[in-house]
Ligand binder design. Sequence first.
Ligand code: SIN
Length: 533
Amino acid sequence: MTITQVADVIIIGSGLAGLMAAEILSTHKNVIIITKSNVECSNSSMAQGGIAAAIDKEDSWSDHFFDTIVAGSFHNNEAVTKLLVQKGPEMIEKLIELGVNFDRDNDGNYSLGKEGAHQRRRILHAGGDATGKELVTKLIERVKKHTTIIEHETAIDLLVSNTGCYGVITHTQNEQEKIYLAPHTILATGGAGQLYEVTSNCEQVTGDGMALAYRAGALLADMEFIQFHPTMLVKDGKAYGLVSEAVRGEGARLLTEQGTYLMDGKHEQMDLAPRDVVARAIFEQLSLGKPLFLDISSIPDFQSRFPSVTELCIKAGLEIEDGRIPVAPGAHFMMGGVVTDEQGQTTVPGLYAIGEVARTGVHGANRLASNSLLEGIVFASELASFILSANRLKAPLVVLSNRDELKARDFELPNVYEIQGLMSQFVGIVRNKQGLETALQWVKSYEKAIWNNQEYRLKIDEKTICNMLTVCYFIISAALERTESRGGHFRSDAPQLDSEWLQKSLYWSNRQTNPVHDVQLKDDCKPMVGVKS
Ligand code: SIN
């Protein structure tokens, strides 16, 4: 096995969090970004809504904090959430310094939008509904001058020894194996939206970071909490993309075929109730075979305020002038993931996670709208400061185990559509014990793919399926274990919040002893589940 490249920092993934970390680190360190697709392709670059921060003089970090933990069903880590909202205005200043152009009103003030579960207008946006694209484009322009960007290479496994993580093994598109070594490896791989049939996530988002981290011995948590965005444009069973919540923030309302407003009487914040509430209300209608629309007729200048949504409508053959967009919920965001502290450190030394792949605890059981781009930049910046002050040795050669002994695959794998069908049917917006047990049994029939895939020489597509099955296993098991409903986890057989579960998380690790000292692991077989209060 030959080493392809040695660096100070390897970043896997090219969304906002990864790019922001590279922007700060690359002036002092030798940084490599490795991405599965091309560098422009990420969930961040598709983000329409914007970035939430308490920059208005009437607003305060404490109001932003309050909205975040109410949306999160009080499952948030309060100290880390406080850090997120307090750092928000400072990070917006930083983005402006880096050349990001946020939209302004006619008086030259930043025009602040409103989205679900926010008590006030605090969302900055750029290019109308193309905020993610503006941020990512600006950062790529800067980062590519100082960073090695490796495109179309897929991370297969992390290189770990008993003293931590020292890099990554990748495959090129023609399955050539490569080895990258560094004392610091950052996962910025996003979530796992592609586990579901309808998703706002791009094609590459298959839960790889969580599966890689698990195999490397890192702790995962809160896997049962999955956010479904209420309004994807879905016409004749085909999903075209996201209709930003900012559309409802500007006055659009959910409309039934009979012409009544769906959210009337359902929640005091009506169409701008927390996403889990709105998504469930839509799901109930659709399950009865009743179509749902977004009534956009009250929004003046829709096409200039929402150019990306307008483009989707055109693609779907809809006329904006008709004022109605057919919608359905889609998998959008994972609140759980790789456990990190407020600096992005996982439980494996030298391995870090930022952005959606990380479970910092800031989103609780349900993320507040437009807090994800904020999370990406805040924790990338915290992590960069940590790495700049850290003194970690380069890789010991012991991590280069002999890969010639890997076996040829001798087990079956399902295809992507089978996984998506199963997850959508049994582990979607509404779950129950029976469905979860059925799903778990199915996933467990691919045992080798989940627990032993590292022993085999697999192609990228095969490894991706193994990663997807691994993440499914934890989502399903956690959803079965959590016998209550909270945020993005709703059980029809346990539909209430249960105070017994307040502030309790389910943790997963393949390590017998875990470096996070206050997690009690219930048994010592694989996988382990623990409850931390
Ligand atoms: C949206 O534009 O509705 C999505 C923004 C977000 O998920 O925060």
